[in-house]
Design a protein around this ligand. Structure first.
Ligand code: GLU
Length: 492
């Protein structure tokens, strides 16, 4: 049976790259009717952060990534790792190293001076057994190091293909630290084997560790799992996304109000897409479970663009809102929109738009015309509608438009005629407004713009605004006529 694991270290928040690993592990397991397990790799006591584990589990649950087994905690399994380290010593694949910090420091410095990559000099590799025992008796601290074989270490990566590393270039990695805790490498390999993990799916940053792991599997006489290393996450300028950067903590997205569907959808596309000319981008977790495959994961770095998360969030909000309001009358729908943006409206707008207030109807109509914008960013609602409530004090030049051939004279003519026709209009709907104003244009024998431009400015007082039929409908008859009168007065 296929088995994957997410194996985070609880060193802080859940990084967006971590969530991607968890998601791909989860999807691969689900797709193959396998199991997905959670393992907390908490053996690095120096980097351990109180509460990080709980928050990690909460976040995974919140986004809906259910694990079938775990969470297993490595800090509760130290004896198991010790046992295996012992076996490795006995079989000649590991050794105790008593080197002091000072020795290691000095060695590294010399290597750096010689422009060599820092590597342990194997000083303790052949210590006679009697010396080892004497040092242990004397209570000298030691670590256990892996004896990396000096040979070509090969493995196949499911995303990157055949890989090979020269054992000579790999440091004799510490497996057990002087505090008795295992390092990541030993604990990771032992657990992946004992927990019967068939596929190790993790970020590309772990690729250099894999030959060490492959050597450990061989030393322990175990067959290694399959490996798949996911592409790095990059900034839009293709530099590596740093851990310390803003906007990489999944917990922050949640706090900022992004929906889980959007977060999952966004993260799924960081390094994967369904391919085959498929344009569908909106996927539920369920849909991803059947669409996902490791073959479609890219080799090259995945650009992380937070605006794309905004886009997914907007799409998801829209879909949810449409579903929620599909059978509601317009007024009810408008009220739901109001709930989403009310807190961002200025006191001035709120004043008499309260239920039953003089301008309530105007507000609800305005909201209906910008529903998508409200779902995208409710904070901008106030700016998008404020001109309906307070006519801005615009310059009369704005009523003219050189290219459209609207001078003061033309503006005056157009507005006077439009005012007359609109005053006679009884049924004030967007459609009837359109019919009436098109007739006005016809009567005047002008182009549409010669009437619509000054009229739009008269109604809204701003250079860029929604169309005239919509604006006039929202403002209502009385106020529309008044605003036209104001424009005509400016032109006098
Ligand atoms: N504990 C490692 C991490 O924090 C796990 C790496 C792996 O999946 O092997 O990412």
């Amino acid at each position: 049976m296929i088995k994957t694991r997410f194996a985070p270290s609880p060193t802080g928040y859940l990084h967006v790259g971590g969530l991607r690993t968890a998601l791909y592990c989860y999807l691969f397991a689900r797709k193959n009717k396998g199991k997905f397990i959670l393992r907390i790799e908490d053996t690095d006591r120096e980097r351990y952060v109180e509460g990080a584990e709980e928050s990690l589990i909460k976040t995974l649950e919140w986004v809906g990534l259910k694990y079938d087994e775990g969470p297993f905690k490595q800090s509760e399994r130290t004896e198991i790792y010790q046992e295996h380290a012992q076996k490795l010593i006995e079989s000649g694949h590991a050794y105790r190293c008593f080197c002091t910090k000072e020795h290691l420091e000095e060695m590294r410095q010399k290597q750096t001076e010689r422009k060599q990559a820092p590597m342990y000099d194997r000083k303790c590799i052949d210590l006679p057994q009697s010396e080892v025992e004497a040092k242990m008796q004397a209570g000298e601290p030691f670590v256990i190091r892996q004896k990396i074989p000096y040979e070509l270490i090969k493995f196949k990566d499911l995303i990157r293909g055949n890989m090979q590393f020269d054992g000579k270039t790999i440091d004799d990695t510490v497996l057990i630290k002087s505090d008795g805790f295992p390092t990541y490498h030993l604990a990771n390999v032992v657990d992946d084997h004992l927990m019967e993990i068939t596929h190790v799916i993790r970020g590309e940053e772990w690729l250099p560790s894999t030959p060490k792991h492959v050597a450990l599997y061989k030393a322990l006489n175990w067959s290694p799992p399959e490996f798949a290393h996911l592409p790095l996450l990059l900034n839009p300028d293709k530099t590596k996304l740093s851990k310390r950067q803003d906007h990489v903590a999944v917990e922050d997205y949640i706090k900022e109000g992004y929906g889980k569907e959007a977060i999952i959808n966004f993260v799924a596309f960081l390094g994967w897409n369904p391919g085959g000319g498929e344009e569908k981008e909106i996927y539920t977790l369920k849909e991803l479970e059947s669409a996902f495959s490791l073959e479609k994961v890219h080799k090259s770095g995945a650009v992380f663009n937070i605006e794309k998360l905004d886009w997914f969030n907007w799409k998801w909000q829209k879909a949810a809102f449409e579903e929620e309001t599909a059978n509601l009358p317009r007024e009810e729908k408008a009220k739901k929109l109001l709930e989403k943006c009310e807190q961002y409206l200025s006191e001035n707008i709120k004043k008499d738009t309260a239920p039953g207030g003089r301008q309530e109807e105007k507000l609800l109509k305005a909201l209906l015309t910008i529903d998508e914008k409200i779902l995208k960013d409710p904070k901008e609602t106030n700016d998008n509608i404020k001109f309906y409530f307070n006519l801005p004090d615009y310059n009369k030049e704005l009523l003219t438009h050189e290219k459209m051939k609207v001078d003061f004279d033309q503006a005056t003519k157009s507005l006077t005629e439009a005012q007359k026709d609109l005053a006679e209009l009884k049924d004030w709907t967007e459609e009837s407004l359109k019919q009436t104003l098109l007739k006005t244009v016809e009567k005047l024998g002008t182009k549409n713009g010669q009437v619509f431009w000054p009229l739009r400015v008269a109604l809204t007082g701003v250079q860029f605004s929604p169309g005239i039929f919509e604006s006039a409908w929202i403002l209502g008859k009385e106020e529309s006529l008044l605003r036209i009168e104001t424009a005509l007065n400016k032109l006098k």
